[in-house]
Design a protein around this ligand. Structure first.
Ligand SMILES: *[C@@H]1O[C@H](CO)[C@@H](O)[C@H](O)[C@H]1NC(C)=O
Length: 292
């Protein structure tokens, strides 16, 4: 009896180990939400899906919500798949950004998805803060409905350039022009953040279109979180290691295909560029002159 019972326990134990090992291998990268992130705003409005591989953010009259990475990173590539608020999303803003969390010399890389009335295009606003100075907004209207399906949004950050990608198509590039005295984020690590909130005083058609609370709650979905970068705190030599894949020569500028796609976005989908806004900047900002 003792032996049989030992055997059967052993058998069950073995099956359990198998399942655990398999699920680890299958998930690999992308990781689960809670492995790398934590909820920072309104726990009740963030729901894990699919065993933690995805999440749902909710915005209603009582609150928006948000999450952040547990660690900060210095250089690398961050990506996630997002499905934005569908239908009448005017007045809602979904953001995905990196931020150094330092008040005076803030570095920040922003994606902001500005909702719109049903049938009107979502706008993606990007902005870059380097050493405390922002005000570098650009806007593109997306060429697909980002609420119909998941799409991949990424930030690639190397010593030479920063690339904002939508399904691997660059929509924004910020080059390191330090040699010309232009600030470039590279001294401080940044955390990864996301929020869903109401900003109908400015978001849609400059604040003319208000949020329709009758359509609430509003939902955005996330999955396939992928962070490849140097965690800080972490190995001290990681950020300067030339063997990191993102520091390879081929990633220090756009590939020919990326450059072609980037031109296509700028020619066909860009609706605002601070570089050419003469009423705001009578003198063209130096990074625009140096080439973006
Ligand atoms: C919303 O749609 C209008 C009309 O097509 C467009 O002008 C605007 O850029 C869109 N985006 C926002 C955020 O207002």
């Amino acid at each position: 009896m003792a032996r049989r019972s030992y055997n059967s326990n052993g058998g069950i134990g073995f099956i359990c180990v198998c399942v655990v090992v398999m699920s680890v291998v299958v998930s690999g990268r992308p990781t689960t939400f809670l492995e790398d992130f934590r909820v920072t705003w309104a726990d009740s409005h963030v729901k894990e899906l699919d065993g933690g591989r995805g999440i749902q953010l909710l915005l209603d009259r009582s609150s928006g919500c948000g999450f952040a990475s547990k660690r900060q990173y210095l250089f690398g590539k961050v990506s996630m798949k997002i499905k934005l608020v569908p239908g009448d999303s005017a007045g809602t803003v979904t953001a995905f950004y990196m931020n150094s969390d330092t008040d005076t010399i803030r570095d920040e890389l922003d994606f902001e998805f500005l909702g719109n009335r049903s049938g009107q295009p979502y706008t993606v606003q990007t902005n870059i803060y380097a050493h405390g100075k922002g005000d570098r907004e650009q806007r593109v209207n997306l060429w697909f409905d980002p609420a119909a399906d998941f799409h991949t949004y990424s930030i690639r950050w190397t010593h030479s350039l920063i690339v904002f990608g939508v399904d691997d198509i660059p929509i924004r590039v910020y080059k390191n022009h330090e040699a010309k005295g232009i600030p470039y984020p590279k001294q401080q690590p940044m955390g990864i953040y996301s929020t869903l909130w109401e900003a109908d005083d400015w978001a849609t058609r400059g604040g003319l279109e208000k949020i329709d609370w009758n359509k609430a709650p509003f939902y955005a979905y996330y999955k396939d979180f992928d962070i490849e970068g140097c965690p800080v705190p972490g190995p001290a030599n990681c950020p300067s290691n030339p063997n990191n894949w993102w520091e390879a020569p081929s990633y220090q500028s756009l590939s020919p295909l990326e450059a072609r796609n980037y031109r296509w976005v700028r020619m066909n989908h860009m609706i605002y560029d601070y570089c050419t806004d003469k009423s705001r900047y009578p003198v063209t900002p130096p990074e625009c002159v140096a080439g973006i």
